[in-house]
Write a new protein. Structure first.
Length: 575
């Protein structure tokens, strides 16, 4: 049941206390409460966004950042981006970021999962071992699209509805044609979710029947009335405190719940485990506030270090990206839709009446992942930071209109094509550190985009790849020419300047509580996601990723959560 205040809770102890009911937290709340003998409390900082139209209609997703469903974080000035600050979007409310993300559905490459198995020393994270969890999550509903996907690469009875684009755009055949014309690194790939995230393909998304499928709609809402599940909203976990000590280790099985900066809070206990699923910024913040983190940084705020784990909040990785715009010869891009309120209202009405039309998709239908060319000397200079040959170094997303991404707003006139270009194997590390001891104050989230030479060189390379792709003759009747400062970014140095001026990110942060082998001196969690040096405390969300996927991140979060459920059920002998 949904609960709005800690005072409405009828118990002070539950078997499991889940902190953050976002993407991973919704999976855990749903799966752990499958066993009726188990009691579960899931605590979410935000509320329910079930009725917010833009969280349901896929095309409107781009309007969600900066609204009440967003945490609205801000970064400090980022040196690599000419000391600009960026807004950093994270989902606030049930379903977390799965409710406002841009829906792209990527499983991660074969090498990504095998690398995680090797880094953690646990073959359970390998591509083969994770296949059952992918099948538990994926419910691919575009079965009639023969030739456009690999039927063997999908699940058909998982929880999240997934599909190919439902509203074809004029760009789709042009992207296919340019890919066929250029071949090589740009060649067509039937289905990235087969395991090789390289080449050009149709985008698959977490959409079914023209609506977003989120962790909230797929996992949480269908079970929210279970008698053994309390979902407490509008409440933050301010910190964890030591519960009774088990087997000589420090047991963090009590959580302090708070509804405002002045609220002293109430304490709730977990008989079995506290599971942190507060996301890549919330999880390290709670750990640090609880005295689990780098001694050198938390003691500055007067917090006593209970477990000295220097990697908490470190190794923040995200995909830097920049938008390159082209003016196009067309009246069909979504530019006219955004400028014409009658057309917009009619398109919305069509979606509301029949779940059809342009609003059934996010604004992109096709994209490409690329590796640096084999002959490039980048490998000799920097090595290969990607997971391996099934993973890319860069990505380009094709958007059929002017997508506002970064500081440029949609011009008053003209039709556009946006190429969102970025690095998917960045080597730059950022961090999340506390500013104050209050959970209601934002921590410092410093992604430090393009600080490394590899990331700078790769941003330049992907913009060259954009030009190569757009020089294919397939575009000759469609493209008028590059728009704005991108037209003048004709050298490597000017391209880097362009990135510094307009670069942003694609909202895929991971890694702030990395898993590692239990005995390793690095990392925050062991391979079963338990916080090192503690008992009864686990982390399950994007912060556990030991490396950044060279693809979009939500499906791996769902898969990690599904495996975590099995680990937890096995440990506590649950059904
Ligand atoms: C704008 C945007 C676009 C994206 N686009 C894509 C895409 O197209 N494809 C893709 O694969 N991925 C995309 N992503 C990334 C993807 O959505 C995330 O990787 C994934 O959802 C993260 O899941 P999570 O469980 O780690 O965190 P979240 O889903 O963010 O969940 C964390 C939850 O914890 C709650 N919380 C935090 N602190 C506390 C606290 N102290 N107490 C209680 N609750 C707390 C939060 O409110 C939130 O509900 C996008 C993300 C964003 C923001």
């Amino acid at each position: 049941r949904l609960v709005f205040s800690p005072s409405e809770l009828t118990q002070t102890e539950y078997d499991f206390v889940i902190v953050g009911v976002g993407t991973a937290g919704s999976v855990l709340a749903s799966r752990l409460s499958e066993d009726p003998s188990v009691s579960v409390l899931a605590i979410e900082a935000g509320g329910s966004n079930e009725d917010v139209l833009a969280t349901i209609a896929p095309f409107l997703a781009v309007s969600l950042p900066g609204t009440s469903v967003d945490w609205n974080y801000t970064t400090p000035p980022i040196e690599g981006y000419n000391n600009r600050t960026l807004g950093y979007t994270r989902g606030y409310g049930l379903g977390g970021s799965s409710v406002l993300n841009l829906l792209t559905w990527n499983r991660g490459s074969i090498d990504l999962w095998n690398r995680w198995a090797s880094l953690t020393g646990d073959s359970g994270w390998s591509w083969d071992a994770m296949e059952p969890y992918w099948l538990k999550v994926d419910n691919f509903v575009s079965q009639n699209a023969t030739g456009k996907y690999d039927p063997l690469a999908h699940g058909y009875s998982g929880e999240v509805n997934t599909s190919l684009p439902g509203w074809p755009t004029e760009l789709d055949p042009l992207v296919c044609k340019a890919s066929a014309e250029l071949g090589g690194r740009f060649a067509w790939t039937q289905d990235h979710n087969s395991g090789t995230f390289l080449g050009t393909s149709y985008m698959q998304s977490a959409i079914g029947g023209g609506e977003r499928s989120s962790a909230a709609t797929a996992y949480l809402y269908p079970v929210i009335e279970r008698a053994n599940l309390d979902v407490l909203v509008n409440t933050r976990v301010a910190k964890l405190v030591e519960g009774s000590s088990k087997s000589g280790t420090l047991s963090f099985t009590s959580a302090v719940l708070s509804q405002g900066p002045e609220d002293e809070g109430v304490t709730i206990n977990a008989a079995k485990e506290v599971i942190l699923s507060a996301g890549v910024f919330g999880t390290p913040q709670i750990l640090q506030l609880s005295g689990i983190g780098a001694k050198s940084s938390i003691e500055n705020l007067g917090i006593s270090t209970i477990v000295d784990l220097p990697d908490v909040g470190e190794f923040l990785k995200d995909h830097p990206a920049v938008a390159a715009y082209y003016l196009v010869n067309s009246n069909n891009t979504f530019d006219s839709l955004l400028r014409n309120s009658t057309l917009f209202a009619d398109t919305l009405a069509e979606w509301q009446a029949t779940r059809s039309g342009r609003f059934v998709d996010s604004p992109a239908n096709t994209y490409t992942f690329l590796r640096w060319p084999e002959e490039s000397d980048i490998y000799a200079i920097h090595g290969d930071p990607s997971s391996g040959e099934t993973s890319g170094h860069m990505e380009v997303i094709f958007v059929d209109g002017f997508a506002q991404f970064g500081p440029l707003a949609q011009p008053a006139e003209g039709s556009f094509l946006t190429l969102l270009a970025g690095v998917v194997s960045p080597t730059t590390n950022g961090s999340v550190t506390l500013n104050t001891t209050n959970i209601f104050d934002q921590p410092t989230i410093a992604p430090d985009f393009i600080a490394s030479e590899f990331d700078q060189a790769t941003m330049v390379q992907v913009l060259k790849d954009v030009e190569t792709f757009m020089n294919a003759s397939a575009w000759k009747d469609f493209i008028i020419g590059p728009y704005g400062d991108f037209a003048n970014a004709t050298t490597d140095a000017l391209k880097l300047q362009f990135v510094r001026k307009y670069g942003s990110n694609i909202n895929h942060p991971v890694g702030t509580a990395r898993m590692s082998p239990r005995e390793a001196s690095w990392g925050v969690l062991d391979a079963e996601l338990l916080v090192k040096g503690t008992s009864g405390l686990r982390v399950v969300d994007a912060s556990v990723f030991p490396t950044i996927p060279e693809s979009h991140t939500q499906a791996p979060v769902y898969m990690v959560a599904e495996r975590a459920v099995d680990l937890i059920k096995a440990k506590h002998l649950l059904s």
